[in-house]
Design a protein around this ligand. Structure first.
Ligand code: NOJ
Length: 502
């Protein structure tokens, strides 16, 4: 792969707790992932992004990092992580890891020291009086410590925010980046990237935050082909583009696309806006349908309101899963045909729905508790994957899984789908293979096939047509190489996508 592999990469997101369990304790781990690397290579992705794998009390699924230079013992060891990186490279897979710079764990050595010794508090955000900020998970963003001071946590109380006005924090993260780059990691996904710098009155997207990523880019550029990927939730495209300037991050997640309803006008607008914004800074767009923080796409697209917002999660809304599944198949072909990179969240390739009937007492997401049990949270998209067999744990591991799996996932296992040519898994496999040959980075041109149809041709000559209207439409001339569902002669049915060559 060239040194711009990332410009058109298909990146598979692994949530390690729920991917595969190698030691039978019901929690996913590195042994499980290592055993499944050939599955990912075979799927046809270019890279694997792992959400945090560090030692962590798991108060927020690992986004409460106690030690940035080691591996959570439940997942494995540092030595095993190095082996995993080498094995992935042998299979042609790049490895991207998550770095969490906005906050740490209250169990980290630095925070424990700060609790004991007031002179060590400047690495965090301690104040004598709290302000009125609310935590993103609900409830106040401040917690009082024994001697009366308060510390800031934009997320859970177990996640104290760093003070990025302190040069020691900058130094620490430069060292952490080098620690992992030295071990062969190819990229860093930067968690909550827009939140790190704060003033007394604001905490989102302050101009000074860019100094951090400029310096991180200099660190990445000390190595060959290492990339920075930003988790930047900003609706303002101009503000978002600043993170993607040539001397900052390489790419960012496209949350506009993920949040967009299944609607032709809205999607056309989001796609156009995305392309325009990225062109101004020369960065490749990315296309994201799901991740570990949002309801699964099959479920979202099966609802009457198909839009998504973090503060309007539509828990328990009535869902037509058959409709959602059909749309998710079409959406996959759309996302994979667009210019730039694409993300696949584990289980998306199996068409898993959101699990919305997890018993309340088993829910683990801090969103559930912090919201006073009003927001169900993100457990429903984090249920351990079904690999094989007829009943839970579906080959995930040997014992009970850390979140229960539905009884009716027998047909959704990777094994069952591998044997079914019409499965979601085989659609992803075929699409990812064709994508590697003919799509990815580059440009596109819109075709006008009416208001309900999204249609465009890519540099390679491949055309993608998606019908979002209520009735079938006539296909343009060309040979169909892949379709998300059955065609009606030379007509493309509703909620169906095709790829054509001329
Ligand atoms: C974004 C992560 O994706 C999410 O899972 C986490 O809870 C927050 N950042 C806080 O780290």
């Amino acid at each position: 792969m060239s040194d711009t592999w990332w410009r058109g990469a298909a990146i598979y997101q692994v949530y390690p707790r729920s991917f595969a369990d190698g030691n039978g304790d019901g929690v996913g781990d590195l042994a499980g992932l290592r055993a499944r690397l050939p599955y990912l290579a075979d799927l046809g992705v270019n890279a694997v992004w792992l959400t945090p794998w560090y030692p962590s009390p798991l108060a927020d699924g690992g986004y409460d990092v106690a030690d940035y230079r080691d591996i959570e013992p439940v997942f494995g060891t540092l030595e095993e992580a190095e082996t995993l990186i080498a094995e992935a490279h042998e299979l042609g897979l790049k490895i991207i890891i998550d770095v969490v710079p906005n906050h740490s764990s209250d169990q980290s050595a630095w925070f424990q020291e700060a609790l004991r010794d007031r002179s060590k508090r400047d690495r965090f955000w301690f104040r004598d009086e709290p302000n009125d900020w609310q935590s993103i998970f609900g409830g106040p963003a401040w917690t009082q410590v024994e001697d009366g001071q308060w510390y800031l946590h934009l997320f859970a109380p177990e996640q104290p925010d760093f003070n990025w006005d302190n040069p020691e924090v900058h130094q620490e993260f430069h060292d952490v980046l080098r620690f992992w780059f030295d071990r062969g990691v190819d990229g860093i996904r930067i968690d909550s990237a827009a939140l790190c710098v704060k003033s007394d009155t604001a905490f989102e997207d302050l101009d000074e935050v860019h100094d951090i990523y400029r310096s991180w880019r200099r660190v990445a550029d000390e190595y060959d082909e290492r990339i920075l990927v930003g988790e930047v939730w900003l609706p303002d495209q101009e503000r978002l583009s600043r993170y993607l300037r040539q001397d900052e991050m390489h790419t960012a997640f496209n949350f506009d696309f993920l949040s967009c309803p299944w609607d032709p006008a809205a999607l056309r607008q989001v796609i156009g806006r995305t392309l325009d914004m990225h062109a101004t800074v020369g960065a490749p767009p990315t296309w994201v349908l799901s991740n570990h923080d949002v309801a699964r796409v099959v479920t979202r697209y099966g609802r009457a309101d198909t839009s998504w917002a973090n503060n309007d999660r539509k828990d328990g809304a009535e869902t037509n899963l058959e409709l959602g599944y059909r749309r998710a198949r079409a959406a996959a072909l759309l996302a994979m045909a667009l210019p730039g990179g694409v993300y696949v969240y584990q289980g998306e390739e199996l068409g898993l729905p959101e699990v919305d009937d997890i018993p309340d007492e088993l829910r683990q997401d801090p969103m559930w508790t912090r919201s006073g049990h009003t927001v169900k949270g993100r457990d429903g998209c984090r249920v351990p994957l079904p690999w094989s067999g007829e009943e839970p744990p579906y080959g995930f591991g040997a014992g009970d899984t850390w979140l229960p799996q539905p009884e009716d996932w027998r047909k959704l296992t990777a094994e069952a789908q591998a044997a079914d040519l019409g499965s979601m898994l085989n659609l992803y496999r075929t699409a990812l293979r064709l994508r590697r040959e003919q799509l990815g980075d580059g440009t596109m041109e819109w075709l006008d096939l009416g208001a309900n149809v999204l249609a465009f041709t890519r540099d390679s000559g491949l055309t993608c047509v998606v019908n979002l209207g209520p009735s079938a439409v006539e296909l343009p001339p060309g040979e169909v190489v892949l379709s998300s569902g059955p065609l009606e002669g030379d007509h493309l049915p509703s909620d169906t996508a095709v790829w054509l060559t001329s």
